[in-house]
Each structure stands twice: as C-alpha cells, then as structure tokens.
Design a protein around this ligand. Structure first.
Ligand SMILES: [Zn+2]
Length: 461
C-alpha cells in the first residue's frame, strides 16, 4: 500500500538517541526502513506540553498538504490526521517532500484565505504562506548561479565544433532577439519564481499573493533632495529614506568605501552645526568613519566631493526590477516595498532572513511558524554534449540512462538517492541519507521519484 512510501522524508525520530529511554534505541531510530512499524510522523499536537518554550528548528510544525479527489489543493492538515487518513485508506500519498496526500473520497471544500509572500532575490527566493493563525509553508529557494557560465561553455563547444567544418559562408549577425528578451541568467531567475509559485499553488489554495518589488518606492520618493524629504529615525519614512540612501551610496561607506558592514546614516554638515535631516545633507558611513568625522563637515574631513554627490538624485533602478514588475503582472500579485518589510520585521523583532522577510510580506504577525524548506534546483542533464575526454573523441549522448543523479529510489527495502550509473547503465551507485555509498544492479532498484526541477528538502543539521 501507499503507506509504505511514508517513512522517507517524514522521519521524526529524535536525533539524540541517548535521550530516548529505550533499550533498543538503535533499532527504534533506524530511519530508512520501509516497513509500516517504523513510520514516525511529525506530530506536535501531543507534545505541546512537554516541549520547552524555546523550540528548536526541528521541532517546528510540519504541515501535511492535502489534495481533494480531483487533485485540487485543500487546507493542509496535521501529520497525525494524515496518518489516520492513510491508515483508513481514505487517502494516498501523492508526494513525499513536501508531504502531500490525496483524498480518495469527495469532501466539502472549506478553504480559508491563504496569503503568499515572496521575497525576490538574486541568489535566494524566500517564500511563506500564512492563514490567520498559522504559517502553512515557508522556505528558501537557492537559485542557480552558473547559468551564464554554462551558456558560455556551450558556446565554446559549439564554436570548436563548427570551426572544424571547413569553409562556411559567414553567418553572423543574422538573428534578432525577440521582444522582451532577457539574458539567460535573468530569464532563469524569472522562470524560477513562476515555477515556485505554480508549485505552491498545487499544494495550497492560495488566495492572495504579494511580492516585494523594490527597496523603496522610486516614484514616491522622486527627487527627495529637492522636495525636502527628511530622515526620521525609526519611522516608516525613515526606513524608506535609509533604503534610498543605501542605494544611492551603493551600499558602501561614502568615506572609506568599505562594503558588507553595518552602515549608518551620517550628516554631511553635522546637526550640531545647523545641518538638516534633509536627504541632500545625508550620506552613508561606517561606524568608524562616522566617529572619526565627528563634528567636522565632509569638506573639513577631507572629502570635498561628497556634498556634490549628495545633491544628485539617484538614477533609474537596476534591471532586476524589470523582472520584479513583470512577475507582479504575470502572477497577478500585489506588491510591497523593502522598507515596509524591514520596518514590520523590526517591529516584530524577527531576525533578517529570506523566510522571515517573506513571512512579513505575507502579512505574518503572530502566526505559529512552520519548519522552513530548503529548495534547490537540479539540472536533469548536461547540455554540453562534448566533454573533455583526455584525448578520446567526444562522446555524444544519444540516449539517457533510466536513472539519473538525485532520483529517489528504494533498494533492499531502504531509501536511497542515485549518485550515478556505471557499467553502461547496468549498475547504479546509491547513497543513503548518511552519505554511505552502495552499488547495486539497476534491476533491483525501484524508482520512487525523479530528482529534477525544484527539490524540497529540510536542512540537515
Ligand atoms: Zn568608512
């Protein structure tokens, strides 16, 4: 039965086995067995009273996603209820991570509003969905950083290949980029956001989406130097002005040029000498420079150009913002600004992270949080057809082996991840969750799930 598929991702056996008062704790905590007896589902309902107030990450709730008989998402449930449904044969396992079940009978469809917040980024996407009381899913997607490198590699292979063809009439400058063309690395980012939201919409009946489009509202804060917008510490407008200034001074100290350190707002003409809070009198400085400058003006401090720079208005925003607005349109989402997120996050006392930002964007306040997923994107194939083969002729792959890296399989009653095949696809190399490597003949291995696209996991600790 489908229940037997359960054990893999949903093990919730305690990590520190010594705490379990059991003489056979080794057997109890063995994770990868497929028999029903070993299924331990995450369940916090009964544990509420026993747990200390300060919950560790692994003790956070893990909701189970539910699809109705037609495959449409319903409200998520608790692992305990999911286990019961599966036991009674009222549901089947649809997906293992994130754990999703599909009901085998028709039900009423009471859904509550679910708000999804997406924190767009260059390297990571944060996502979080909330109802009034609970956070129902959250996590971080790690975006691929190697797209342009791969494209360059493909181009190189292609060039070498075609250069060998001898005389060819010149063919260059013969294609046109279509309207709305994006660089492949940007296109990948754009597609990843769409893919993620589409995926989440298959798990949850999302009713409202919100995206952070920029750090500050460039239209609202137009020419703040002229209109006299002033910085007020701790206010919403103060946050917006700070984001504006950070962008304007390129997120580095205006005096020493240091990056990636805490930066402060600094008065070019000190307040004690009649300097105002207006944006044209503000720069960004590190703590050291700010202290050193003390009661001097920027000019006295030895930086006469700073004031001129401060009088200029920030020019148009970077290219990522284009895809941000495109996403808003494509997904039919609402939008918000980074300074609002930051303000709200600080008000809630949450630390800075992609998940927390997304939580705030989704309108999160005091909802009970859930365990965040780590999502990676796995390439299914290597498109560069010719590899450096150390003197041998290029290998051109004409067919694909039935198992590929990252596929989830069972072998000998245990769960494994495929590392690769060898011996012309007759043998397969597997690794278990502890990283131990096993070799097996391919016919003894059973495929559970292809390891392609968005891969949801929980962070190993
Ligand atoms: Zn500095």
């Amino acid at each position: 039965m489908a229940v037997s598929k359960l054990s893999g991702e949903l093990k919730n056996t305690p990590r520190d086995t010594s705490l379990v008062p059991c003489s056979v704790n080794g057997g109890l905590n063995r994770e990868e067995t497929l028999s029903d007896h070993h299924i331990v589902l995450t369940d916090n309902l009964g544990e509420e009273n026993q747990l200390p107030v300060n919950r560790e990450k692994q003790d956070l709730r893990v909701p189970v996603y539910v699809l109705n008989i037609r495959g449409q998402p319903l409200m998520p449930t608790t692992p305990r209820r999911a286990k019961l449904l599966l036991k009674e044969g009222k549901a089947t396992v649809k997906e293992r991570c994130p754990f999703t079940i599909q009901l085998t009978y028709a039900t009423g469809e009471n859904t509550q509003p679910i708000k999804l917040g997406v924190d767009i980024g260059f390297k990571n996407i944060g996502f979080s969905a909330t109802t009034d009381k609970l956070e129902v899913i959250s996590g971080t997607v790690t975006l691929r950083q190697d797209v342009s490198k791969k494209i360059e590699e493909r181009r190189r292979y292609r060039r070498t290949r075609r250069a060998r063809l001898g005389y060819r009439p010149p063919r260059f400058n013969n294609r046109k980029r279509p309207e709305g063309w994006l660089a492949p690395s940007i296109q990948h980012r754009y597609d990843s956001h769409i893919r993620l939201v589409n995926k989440l919409e298959t798990l949850l009946p999302i009713t409202y989406k919100k995206i952070e489009v920029a750090n500050f509202d460039a239209h609202k804060i137009q020419h703040p130097e002229i209109t006299g917008v002033a910085y007020q510490h701790g206010t919403l407008q103060g946050y917006e002005v700070k984001e504006y200034l950070l962008d304007k001074w390129k997120r580095k100290c205006a005096y020493c040029g240091k990056k990636d350190i805490p930066l402060q707002i600094e008065h070019i003409i000190p307040k004690s000498r009649g300097g105002t809070d207006r944006v044209s009198n503000l720069a960004i400085a590190c703590k050291g420079c700010n202290l050193k400058k003390g009661n001097k003006t920027a000019e006295e401090f030895g930086y006469p150009t700073i004031q001129k720079q401060a009088n200029k208005t920030l020019k148009a925003t970077a290219c990522l913002n284009n895809i941000r607005w495109k996403l808003v349109e494509q997904l039919g989402a609402e939008y918000t600004y980074g300074y609002v997120t930051k303000y709200e996050r600080n008000k809630l006392g949450l630390e800075k992270s992609h998940v927390n930002d997304a939580f705030v964007i989704a309108g999160g306040t005091d909802q009970e949080r859930c365990r965040p997923y780590e999502v990676i994107q796995v390439r299914r194939n290597n498109r560069a057809i010719q590899k450096n083969r150390k003197g041998f002729k290029p290998s051109i792959r004409r067919q694909r082996y039935q198992l590929q890296p990252h596929d989830l399989v069972t072998y000998d009653g245990k769960l494994y991840k495929v590392k690769g095949v060898f011996n012309y696809g007759k043998w397969v190399r597997l690794s278990d969750s502890n990283g131990a490597v096993v070799n097996a003949t391919i016919k003894n291995v059973k495929l559970l799930k292809y390891g392609k696209g968005l891969l949801f996991t929980f962070k190993n600790h």
